[in-house]
Write a protein that binds this ligand. Structure first.
Ligand code: ATP
Length: 627
């Protein structure tokens, strides 16, 4: 038996590991299973290249609880260690055997999927155990060894009679970590971290019913057998070649990943790149609707099929955070701070690659099946608009596939829309004015006036539409956007047309003064216009600029500072050519007021602004007038 003291630096490292290294104690199991996986994959590699002359077989990893002894066992059938190797790899903490293996077999081992890097994984066992034993037998023809350590830097190393190849790690679970002796807790951890690891993991057994033979008697009972309960799927969809996968395979994988999601994803993107970084994965576009829950069922990050985290900020561009799925890359540094992560070259490239793939996918969806793409538009537009607003690279590509639906559900690309409406909707100063609505019921009367002129009205109703519009105006020359109710349509797209005025300037001045004095002039600014006889006499509009800035402020940033809290301000457009205007001028004082108030209420009604007591009074008054 050898007794000794683990490398001096350990004395300082141990308490660190216990308390600070991993705030999440539960990750010890992930670390030990990763080691067991590495050991198995190493053996596979060595048998493949002919260096290990042993049968690889169908190795698995077993996790076992022994409640009587308070122990948790992790058993593999991998490469194993000789006593000398235990000395070297286990006793010299922070000297990573994985690193050494990769260096030695640099070229051939790159593809083998080996996980360890940091040389501390094994010691995380001491976060939950008072004492740890390693019983290990190398694939080489050498005796087995047993290493024992009680958490102090002292260890013992002795011979052992284990005959099968592989390693068993025995954790004597400490008093305050007894939860890790509960079956449900271990199952939960295996499910979280190891669900897609590449080597089958056994946790207990389960009963399977055998099918009855064809000639079985009617009352025959089917036989049952006990089989290994394998908790993982060692070949998840993202590790396969996209050409091997059907639509059903992707949907099944989605359900496997998010068992509580019942709605099918809209479409998916299979990621697969090996230069200049390694990354595989599948991203799913969920049907978002209005139910945006960013914290549930997020994108999961894996490294060689080991779950790492679902905090992917910085790796996945912001606008894609609402997507679901998996990315698996060994090239993302994990033990670093978020700001460092964002500055990392490989991570930046990964983020750009994902952005590009999403843009390419949109392009091909539009080209290959426009009808389907249009059907899905409502569910994906928020993500894509956010992409245009936040990622310049995405915005550049997005011009080709962004769709602009009109209020009657006809979809245009930007190019198509230009071709059809640029000429008619260009005002006298050469600006192409794009008219849009955000609510086609509420803004119906304005939409109709625009349509009467032969103009098209788009429906841009997503919560970030104001930001999206702002961005488009900024990046396109001589294009402005105006919501249909931002002003009278004649003012929204000003043309060089002769104006006929029925009232003299003096009469207009009087009318304006009388109306302003009757109404709440803090909220409504009176604006007299010489419109056509068929136009409404009173109309409420809300200037585009103010409204948009306010909305941008309310939906997170942008806009102008402080505008979010501004009170609502409207214009009251009065058609000076209308009969009503004439009548107001000519009625006696008291009747004037009644007319003005009634007309204002009607205008408010058409903008959905008449509510509560005002609405009740209006209805009462209207009934009275019918008597
Ligand atoms: N089950 C095992 N079978 C064979 N060798 C093992 C086993 N567990 C650990 N080792 C050896 O001990 C070394 C140290 O393990 P440790 O988990 O501390 O570091 P690592 O796996 O190299 O890196 P990481 O910190 O990323 O896990 C491993 O590199 C490996 O050589």
């Amino acid at each position: 038996m050898t007794k000794g003291s683990i490398n001096v630096s350990v004395e300082n490292i141990f308490p660190l590991i216990k308390k600070f290294l991993y705030s999440d104690h539960e990750i010890f199991l992930r670390e030990l299973i990763s080691n067991a996986t590495d050991a198995t994959l190493k053996l596979k590699h060595l048998t493949n290249i002919g260096e290990a002359k042993v049968e690889y077989g169908n190795p698995k990893i077993e996790v076992k609880i022994n409640k009587e002894n308070n122990t948790l066992h992790i058993i593999d059938q991998g490469i194993g260690m000789t006593a000398e190797e235990v000395e070297k790899y286990i006793n010299q903490v922070a000297f990573s055997g994985a690193e050494e293996f990769l260096n030695k077999y640099q070229d051939s081992a790159k593809e083998s999927g080996i996980i360890g890097h940091f040389g501390l994984g094994f010691y995380s066992a001491f976060m939950v155990a008072d004492k740890v034993e390693i019983i290990t037998k190398s694939y080489k023809d050498e005796p087995a060894a047993k290493w024992t350590c009680d958490g102090s830097p002292e260890f013992t190393l002795e011979a052992h009679d284990k005959t099968e190849r592989g390693t068993e790690i025995i954790l004597h679970i400490s008093e305050d970590s007894r939860e890790f002796l509960e079956e449900f807790r271990i199952r939960e951890l295996l499910n979280k971290y190891n669900k897609f690891m590449p080597i089958p993991i056994k946790f207990g057994t389960k009963t399977e019913t055998l099918p009855l033979p064809e000639d079985a008697a009617e009352d025959a009972k089917p036989e049952t057998i006990e089989v290994d309960n394998i908790i993982n799927n060692p070949t998840p969809a993202w590790t396969k070649n996209p050409t091997e996968l059907t639509k059903e395979d992707y949907l099944n994988f989605y359900r496997e990943l998010y068992p509580t999601q019942f709605e099918e994803p809209l479409f998916w993107i299979h990621l697969n790149v090996d230069y200049p970084f390694n990354l595989t994965g599948i991203l799913f576009f969920p049907r978002l609707g209005n139910n945006i829950n960013i914290d549930k069922d997020k994108i999961q990050l894996y490294q060689n099929q080991v779950y790492v985290t679902d905090e992917v900020k910085g790796i996945v561009p912001d606008f894609l955070m609402l997507l679901r799925g998996v990315i698996d890359s060994p090239d993302i540094p994990l033990n670093v701070s978020r700001s460092y992560l964002q500055a990392d070259g490989a991570v930046k490239k990964i983020s750009q690659y994902i952005t590009r793939k999403v843009a390419d996918k949109m392009n091909s969806l539009l080209k290959e099946d426009r009808e389907e793409f249009e059907k899905k538009w409502n569910d994906i537009k928020v993500v894509l608009e956010y992409g245009v607003v936040s990622e310049e690279k995405f915005a550049e590509k997005a011009d080709k596939f962004m769709l602009f639906p009109n209020v009657d559900e006809t979809y245009f690309t930007w190019e198509e829309f230009n071709e059809k409406f640029k000429e008619i909707q260009t005002d006298k100063d050469g600006n192409f004015v794009v008219l849009y609505a955000t609510d086609k019921n509420q803004q119906d009367s304005y939409i109709q006036s625009a349509k009467e002129k032969g103009y098209e009205v788009l429906l841009l109703d997503s919560p970030i539409a104001p930001h999206f519009i702002q961005k488009l105006e900024y990046s396109k020359e001589k294009v402005t956007f105006a919501r249909v109710d931002a002003d009278h349509i004649n003012n929204l797209i000003k043309k060089d047309e002769p104006i006929v005025a029925r009232l003299s300037d003096e009469q207009k001045e009087t009318l304006k003064k009388e109306i302003s004095e009757t109404i709440d002039s803090k909220t409504y600014t009176v604006q007299l216009e010489d419109l056509s006889l068929t136009d409404a006499p009173f109309m409420i509009t809300q200037p585009e600029f103010m409204r948009r800035m306010k909305e941008m402020q309310q939906t997170g940033g942008g806009g102008m500072f402080g505008m979010g809290n501004f009170p609502e301000m409207y214009n009251l457009v009065v058609n000076a050519n209308s009969d009503l205007a004439n009548e107001i001028l000519n009625k006696p004082e008291e009747e004037k007021k009644v007319l003005i108030n009634q007309a204002l209420d009607l205008a408010k009604l058409s903008q959905n602004l008449l509510t509560g007591k005002e609405l009740t009074d209006f209805i009462k008054r209207s009934f009275e007038s019918l008597k």
